[in-house]
Design a protein around this ligand. Structure first.
Ligand SMILES: Cc1cc2nc3c(=O)[nH]c(=O)nc-3n(C[C@H](O)[C@H](O)[C@H](O)COP(=O)(O)OP(=O)(O)OC[C@H]3O[C@@H](n4cnc5c(N)ncnc54)[C@H](O)[C@@H]3O)c2cc1C
Ligand code: FES
Length: 272
């Protein structure tokens, strides 16, 4: 089942903020009232957000943001790292404020109904992008095992990731060295050798992407990666978001993350 086809028509809409709240020390979540958009948004797709605070201050260009929560009867949700001007303006929004969004955009993740289990490897706020996959997989009877990597325990957003999906989560941290690449590799090898997933998914770290790509090749496991790139239009017109990707013949080609991505085959994507 393709859970992430490009969803047209793409709408520019002004949506009411239902909830705006900090998550831990560095993150923030926004829930928006958009029943129709939420119902046709798919895990792995994104929206282009006009980041203006309640007073109308913020950068000119929209900022791309993955769908963190979506689905019939659900608010449309975003979970983000408050990083610069745009995300600070977003974090300044309050319930009842309006936010201009364009989307849903891009191609999301694909889940095969024949799969029995998947493994998700996420680092930092990359878990926001992968979070809706847990609910989609659970809805198809696919078990989810996740390995979440964060700087510190206080940065981990396990509840924001798994929701009520029942995903089995293991966490590793920089602060105690458990997120070290060699230790994560040992964990993954142990899992792949015992309960081999049908597919693996990742987002948020070049280092973990390369590790997963290498292990997925070795163990013959399919995979997908959600890439990030700074964007201009978000609609496929300006080509400022191109990344190098291998095509079916292995030739390196430039593809637009906003239009051909942001989700790519794990083996097709190249390191950044
Ligand atoms: C498809 C897609 C989905 C995304 N989903 C999420 C998400 O769910 N949650 C989240 O926290 N972030 C997400 N991002 C990243 C997010 O778009 C940027 O963090 C945001 O644009 C920063 O805007 P700003 O104005 O706050 O920071 P700026 O002032 O523009 O930049 C602050 C710093 O962040 C860097 N930066 C800006 N944009 C990006 C980017 N796209 N990738 C890497 N570094 C960047 C800048 O180089 C600079 O160093 C996503 C990006 C893409 C392309
Ligand atoms: S952001 Fe303009 S083509 Fe991708």
């Amino acid at each position: 089942m393709d859970i992430g086809p490009a969803a047209f028509p793409v709408a520019e809409r002004s949506l009411a903020v239902i909830e705006s709240a900090p998550v831990g020390r560095r993150y923030h979540r926004l829930l928006l009232d958009a029943p129709d958009l939420s119902a046709r948004s798919r895990p792995g797709q994104f929206y282009h957000l006009l980041c203006r605070d309640g007073a109308g201050n913020g950068p000119y260009l929209r900022r791309p943001m993955s769908i963190w929560r979506c689905g019939a009867g659900e608010p449309l949700g975003f979970l983000f790292h408050v990083k610069g001007k745009g995300t600070a303006a977003l974090a300044g929004l309050r319930a009842g404020d309006a936010l201009s969004v364009v989307g849903p955009l891009g191609h999301g993740f694909t889940l095969d109904p024949r799969w029995q289990r998947i493994l998700i490897l996420a680092r930092g706020v990359g878990l926001a992008t992968l979070a809706p996959l847990t609910g989609a997989a659970a809805g198809m009877g696919i078990a989810v095992e996740a390995l979440l990597s964060a700087r510190a325990r206080s940065d981990l957003m396990a509840a924001e990731f798994a929701g009520a999906s029942g995903a089995q989560v293991t966490s590793v941290f920089d602060e105690d060295g458990s997120s070290d690449t060699a230790r994560v590799e040992a964990l993954l090898r142990a899992r792949f050798a015992t309960v081999r997933p049908d597919a693996v998914f990742t987002c948020g770290s070049n280092r973990l992407f390369l590790l997963l790509q290498r292990l997925a090749t070795e163990f013959g496991i399919a995979g997908q990666v959600a890439l990030e790139q700074q964007m201009g239009c978000g609609l496929g017109m300006c080509f400022c978001c191109v990344r190098q990707v291998r095509d079916a013949e292995g030739k390196v080609v430039n593809l637009r993350v906003c239009a051909e991505g942001p989700v790519f085959d794990l083996q097709a994507a190249l390191a950044w």
